[in-house]
Ligand binder design. Structure first.
Ligand code: PLP
Length: 457
């Protein structure tokens, strides 16, 4: 049934693919790719093409593909107990163990973890908890959420609103009114301001202050941000950004949500990005790296400060009115336990730091001098190369030229290396599994150099 010659036809006729040009796919103008198997950093399609996946799926297969330890934990859990819910105090050995493991790794001031299925639903949970919190504290007006342009927080109604990318709003009637966006800490793209990096941080802070002043601090509940902007372009913050933002939020009693869906569990070479940048979040969003995507599972980690108010709320109002059928799904939880054990056992957080730094250093050395490479940046096992039409004037290509997608296409065609053309701007993103070796990093850099030369000369 699974092995047949009709798959392409079935795919084009029946399957509504995520984030895809639907009409072009249906017409057959977008290649179909059926991935069949994978091991380590390599994936293989059903025609036997083997590719080095330098984006770890969607920056999620952090331990690499084909880990029998996780597959077996999933199978064992499915045989013993495929499902039970987590309502009204129920749990499973896997979900309770995973909660303990997550909280052992989370910053000290965090209290509990609520499990969902995706990064999007975890951020929906976060916003509900924030609104509940302010209602319990008798602050019914304090509800708006500040997000950043170019932030990515999911594609639901609220989370799509938090996301600061035009494609996720356009024609969907988003963003919702409770969400407002402020300047992204994207120094390279704002060099037109003619500021030093520290002046640019001051500018971001001033923009935030002005927004809080205009809206009224008594209407603003929270600020959400990824420690390193991910889908918006893989942009580490300029030095001093997070401490400066944190100071403003603390002064105005505004909660901080650290969206660590990408950075959580080691991608920056530290367990959490919050640790890495000295953020003090009230909520931390986790997903991808929690199970390395072997099964869907996400989480909202809640601080002591918020937890006390949530308990007060249930004393006053009864059980919290929030839950999904699949919250803390035992199969996801079993995958999470096995995944976090493997990360520790293999020292993968450390490897993400050392090999990630190597990848960034080599990429910079190979590409910085290219006349159409404007910026090579990254942190830990995240790296991005941004292309410009003219380096001196730092002018960008027309989006219609699709330079980023062309280079990603060439990289795959010439060298069987997968990088991601980020959705806004000509930015090639890399986020390999943490088990990447230095040799594989060299392979990625050489292949990228060749692909850039093929497209841009
Ligand atoms: N938050 C961040 C930072 C993400 O990168 C993503 C997905 O890429 C999400 C949230 C949404 O997660 P999901 O796609 O699992 O809903």
């Amino acid at each position: 049934m699974l092995h047949n010659d009709n798959l392409e036809q079935w795919d084009r006729e029946n399957f509504f693919h995520a984030s895809t040009h639907l009409a072009e796919f249906a017409r057959g103008n977008i290649p179909q790719r059926v991935i069949k198997t994978a091991s380590g950093v390599h994936i293989e399609d059903r025609d036997g093409n083997r590719m080095l996946d330098a984006f770890a799926g969607l920056y999620c297969v952090n331990v690499g593909y084909g880990r029998p330890e996780i597959a077996e934990a999933i199978a064992d859990q499915a045989k013993e107990l495929a499902y039970y819910h987590s309502y009204v105090g129920h749990g499973t050995e896997a979900s309770i163990t995973l909660a303990k493991m997550v909280m052992d790794r989370a910053p000290d001031h965090m209290s509990k973890v609520y499990f969902g299925q995706s990064g999007s639903d975890a951020n929906e949970t976060n916003i509900k908890l924030i609104w509940y919190y302010n209602n319990i504290l008798g602050r019914p007006k304090k509800k708006k959420i500040i997000s950043r342009w170019r932030g990515y927080h999911g594609s639901g109604l609220m989370t799509g609103s938090l996301t600061g990318l035009d494609l996720f709003h356009k024609k969907f009637d988003l963003p919702l009114a409770q969400v407002i966006h402020t300047e992204a800490p994207f120094y390279f793209q704002r060099k037109d301001l003619g500021q030093s990096e520290s002046e640019f941080v001051a500018h971001c802070v001033a923009e935030l202050e002005a927004m809080i002043h205009a809206e009224g601090a008594d209407t603003i509940a929270a600020f959400i941000g990824e420690p390193v902007l991910g889908t918006g372009g893989i942009v580490p913050p300029p030095a001093g950004y997070w401490p400066a933002i944190q100071e403003v939020l603390d002064r105005h009693d505004i909660l901080l949500v650290a969206d660590e869906v990408v950075t959580g569990f080691g991608r920056l070479g530290t367990m959490f990005g919050s640790d890495h940048y000295g953020m003090r979040p009230d909520l931390i969003t986790i997903a991808k790296g929690l199970t390395s995507a072997y099964a869907p599972l996400s989480g909202s980690i809640v601080s002591d400060k918020m937890w006390a108010v949530l308990e007060k709320g249930t004393d006053e109002n009864g059980p919290i009115g929030h839950g999904w059928t699949y919250s803390a799904h035992p199969i996801g939880a079993a995958a999470g336990v096995a995944n976090l054990e493997l990360i520790d056992k293999l020292g993968l957080v450390e490897n993400a730091g050392t090999v990630g730094t190597y990848l960034n250093t080599q990429m910079r050395a190979a590409l910085t001098d290219h006349p159409h490479v404007g910026d090579v940046r990254g942190e830990g096992m995240l790296c991005a190369v941004e292309f410009v039409a003219d380096k001196d004037s730092r002018s960008f290509y027309d989006a219609a030229d699709k330079i980023g997608p062309q280079i990603a296409g060439k990289l795959l065609e010439q060298s069987n290396v997968i990088a991601r053309a980020m959705p806004q701007g000509d930015i090639l993103g890399f986020a390999p599994p943490f088990c990447l070796t230095k040799d594989e990093a060299d392979q990625v850099v050489t292949a990228t150099h060749q692909a850039v030369a093929s497209v841009l000369g």
